[in-house]
Design a protein around this ligand. Structure first.
Ligand SMILES: Cc1cc2nc3c(=O)[nH]c(=O)nc-3n(C[C@H](O)[C@H](O)[C@H](O)COP(=O)(O)O)c2cc1C
Length: 208
């Protein structure tokens, strides 16, 4: 039985395009994986704390020497890691904010990357420990940053996510760039026409 971990980021609830496309993916994925289970983490509704001194001290102290403060600081990190370890497919739906991921998603990544658990340093450098999982990332953005276009250099979200997910071993990552929301906002294209190709892509990706 497969498990999908669905991570949502946008604070815009049902109006969020990344969430809407995520729901299309979810329906398709459930249809393609009967009897599967879905775990949802809503980073807008329940943001994770930022890393603090007890977290850092705890992460670099053997667990049998953890103080109650270290253990409390690491609890969200342990939960985030356990969810990813248990998942076969991870879906991240996110807006682009200021050419990057929103801070709540960065906080999730900071809890996920743990030396000795999700990444080990060996003779050949860092070795990610999360293997055999697919990741789908649905990104909504006002602008468009297609590969080969001079504007692509402004997209710091896609290369960063590719790098950091790969750093912990998540190398099978597919992006759906729901780009050009600005066209809807400025009345150049109807919401329906803008969304159609991305909805089709989300449904197609869900079959993988
Ligand atoms: C604070 C903020 C910063 C944004 N920064 C960017 C940006 O750097 N580049 C871009 O293309 N769109 C940017 N946008 C537009 C959003 O990515 C776009 O509205 C998207 O649809 C938001 O995702 P959602 O619909 O899932 O909430 C920004 C929007 C907000 C609210």
């Amino acid at each position: 039985m497969a498990t999908l971990l669905k991570i949502d980021v946008s604070p815009r609830g049902a109006s969020s395009y990344s969430r809407q496309l995520g729901l299309t993916f979810l329906e398709g994925w459930k249809a393609a994986h009967p009897g599967s289970s879905v775990v949802e983490r809503d980073l807008a509704q329940s943001p994770l704390p930022f890393l603090d001194l007890p977290w850092i001290a705890g992460a670099f102290t053997p667990p049998d020497q953890h103080t109650p403060e270290f253990a409390a600081a690491l609890k969200p990190s342990n939960e985030v890691i356990a969810e990813v370890q248990a998942a076969d497919h991870i879906l991240i739906t996110t807006p682009m904010y200021n050419f990057q991921i929103p801070a709540v998603l960065k906080a999730w990544i900071d809890h996920l990357v743990r030396v000795g658990i999700t990444v080990n340093y060996g003779a050949n450098g860092p070795e990610g420990q999360l293997h055999g999982k697919k990741v789908t990332v649905i990104v909504a953005s006002a602008g468009a940053y297609p590969a080969g276009d001079p504007g692509a250099a402004y997209d710091h979200l896609t290369p960063y996510l590719k790098h950091i997910l790969g750093f912990v071993g998540l190398t099978d990552v597919t992006f759906l760039a729901a780009a050009g929301v600005a066209g809807v906002q400025y009345g150049k294209i109807s919401e329906e026409d803008w969304k159609k190709p991305f909805t089709e892509q989300a449904a197609e990706l869900a079959k993988a």
